[in-house]
Design a binder for this molecule. Structure first.
Ligand code: TXA
Ligand code: MG
Length: 316
């Protein structure tokens, strides 16, 4: 199973997008950029293609995937829409928000995408390259982050090539991802909206638009809330959080003023810090020393940044 294939490097030209779409429609795996992270795409209607995502990433098959679609109308063909979904999509799509809704009768998504659940995670990404690709495919594209399961998520085509080169048909390269952490996941399939994963859209923004309390995922039945694994986003090096002093044998990742090997944001800007997070972790990991990370405030995008850092630091 270690057969290596040639991974094509594609540009976001008309020809590059059309070729990427043709590969997806033929059941191949293609990595493509979104505004959050690079995704590993497969035609969500093709069970064999979706199975190849799990095999290629080494992802546990009980962990369901997000279906990416070009617009609201395409999402409504797959899931049972409701007023909360309408409000969220109007305010935040296209963008870094994933909605979990009940599957709609007659949908054509492979059961492997949902890992057998009766709900589906859907998202309309904002990055033009991703939207052009989805329009060209003209169907839902299942896409987890384009990294081996458990490792640091990719925010450049080079990160994808290092992690999955030789195992997938193509990588569509449209530069670094602007948001830099995965989408926020909001569950809208029950009596109460549930924040299932903090991400690139701040929970404060969701709450201010929804006009309804939002529960945290701990409130959910574990059977309907698939696991986000505690150890995830893991560099090879160990990670120490909330560091205020640094050992000579460590490399430092800073936030705000100070002297660090790399800084998430000198000005203490959380959006800039999110955009730099995975790239800086990849770069520090390459130095082969333990990584010590300065404290990041737990507000706005800081919640998603700290979530990813805690998972990077968790026992493996
Ligand atoms: O920004 C993103 O969301 C990126 C880009 C590529 O769009 N994708 C991404 O996918 O982060 P992935 O597979 O790494 O994370 C998807 C998360 C998983 O934690 C999974 O458990 C959850 O979505 N999920 C998927 N379907 C679900 C469902 N039906 N109910 C609850 N959670 C679900
Ligand atoms: Mg992931």
């Amino acid at each position: 199973s270690e057969t290596r294939i040639e991974t094509e490097a594609l540009t976001p030209s008309r020809a590059g997008i059309d070729h990427a779409a043709a590969l997806l429609r033929a059941g191949q795996l293609v990595a493509f950029p979104t505004e959050t992270v690079y995704g590993l795409g497969a035609d969500a209607r093709n069970g064999a293609a979706v199975a190849a995502i799990y095999a290629t990433k080494g992802r546990p098959s009980f962990n369901p995937l997000i279906a990416h679609v070009a617009d609201v109308a395409a999402a409504q063909k797959l899931v049972q829409w409701n007023d909360w979904a309408e409000a969220m999509a109007a305010a935040f799509w296209p963008g870094p928000l994933t909605l979990v809704l009940p599957l709609r009768e007659g949908h054509d998504v492979s059961p492997l995408v949902t890992a057998g659940l009766q709900t589906l995670a859907v998202r309309v990404p904002a990055k033009a390259c991703a939207r052009d690709l989805l329009a060209a495919v003209d169907g839902p594209v299942a896409a987890p982050s384009a990294n081996p399961s458990g490792r640091i998520s990719p925010t450049t085509a080079e990160h994808v090539r290092v992690g999955l080169g030789g195992k997938i048909a193509a990588i569509l390269d449209d530069g670094p991802c602007a948001v830099g952490v995965e989408s926020t996941i909001l569950g809208l399939a029950g009596d109460m909206p549930v924040l299932l994963r903090p991400g690139g859209l701040a929970a404060e923004d969701i709450r201010s638009v929804l006009g309804h309390p939002v529960a945290d995922r701990d409130a959910m039945d574990p059977l309907t809330a698939p696991g986000q694994l505690l150890s995830h986003y893991a560099p090879n090096a160990s990670v120490r959080l909330n560091a205020t002093e640094y050992d000579p044998g460590e490399v430092s990742l800073g936030f705000g003023r100070g002297i660090f090997d790399l800084n998430l944001s000198e000005h203490g800007d959380l959006a800039e810090a999110a955009a730099n997070l995975f790239g800086h972790l990849h770069a520090l990991d390459a130095r082969g020393m333990p990584i010590a990370v300065a404290p990041v405030p737990e507000v706005g995008l800081g919640v998603a940044i700290n979530d990813r850092l805690r998972r990077a630091a968790a026992p493996r």
